[in-house]
Write a protein that binds this ligand. Sequence first.
Ligand SMILES: CC(C)(COP(=O)(O)OP(=O)(O)OC[C@H]1O[C@@H](n2cnc3c(N)ncnc32)[C@H](O)[C@@H]1OP(=O)(O)O)[C@@H](O)C(=O)NCCC(=O)NCCS
Length: 250
Amino acid sequence: MAPAEPPCELLDWDTRNFGFQIARVPSGRLDGESAAAVDRFCEERGVRCLYLLADDADAETARVAAEHGFRHVDLRSTIRHRLEAIPAPGPPPGNWRIRAGAEEDLNALGSISARSHRSSRFRFDPAFPPDRVDALYAAWVRRGLEDEAKSLLVVDLDGEPRGYQVLRPLDEDGTGALELLAIDEANRRQGVAIWLLSEALRRMKRAGATSVTTVIGARNVGSARVHQRLGFLTERVDSCYHRWDRRPPR
Ligand SMILES: CC(C)(COP(=O)(O)OP(=O)(O)OC[C@H]1O[C@@H](n2cnc3c(N)ncnc32)[C@H](O)[C@@H]1OP(=O)(O)O)[C@@H](O)C(=O)NCCC(=O)NCCS
């Protein structure tokens, strides 16, 4: 008989970033029995915050999560572009350029990222220290440059970085994925994001992608509209939950 899957998975990167033990429920499902196993795991391993990402249509998991102290913190839609027709909006007026990111961009991009991802589940949940949430997004952008499998597209105005899109490598089935996207506040609502995103789609198609997915949070209307304009369609909706152990650390 195959060994049973552990009920939780410890998350090293999140634990290091926030400075306390974080884990997730990898199956994304809970029933009475698995919730008891999750409780035991968290107790034994001193898990302070537990993430659960569950299919939003899974009523049993939602019920058990509520009974076991999980708090609903976001709704995430997975959306997909089929790359059959990619709209081609041009750049806004001015000396704009899209190019590969470089080490010299990271300070400016880190500062944009720290101010940008404020609608995320980490900011919605006040138990996460805001400065560590900002550091998480800055590190995510940095990984777009330093992780050789990923790529970082930068949009600049007169040579100054004003936004970014992090791209993940293609899966074996030709699916590409987009990660973080942000535009500096001073340059929003001018069509910069839609231009950058459409260029990212074209580059992924040229690299052999047959479709491109990304994930958007339900309270991020701006992000939803940018992706909708380009023709992304919703594929699934998941609920995000956090559960905190409020006892003082042992
Ligand atoms: C979301 C974001 C990238 C949009 O950038 P932008 O350059 O302002 O977007 P664009 O000017 O290209 O707008 C494209 C479309 O989205 C709409 N839109 C953009 N931001 C919007 C907002 N806050 N509310 C409503 N609609 C918005 C625009 O009006 C336009 O739609 P329209 O054609 O119907 O007018 C930018 O607001 C941002 O960086 N936000 C913080 C980071 C973030 O949320 N990133 C996405 C998740 S990783």
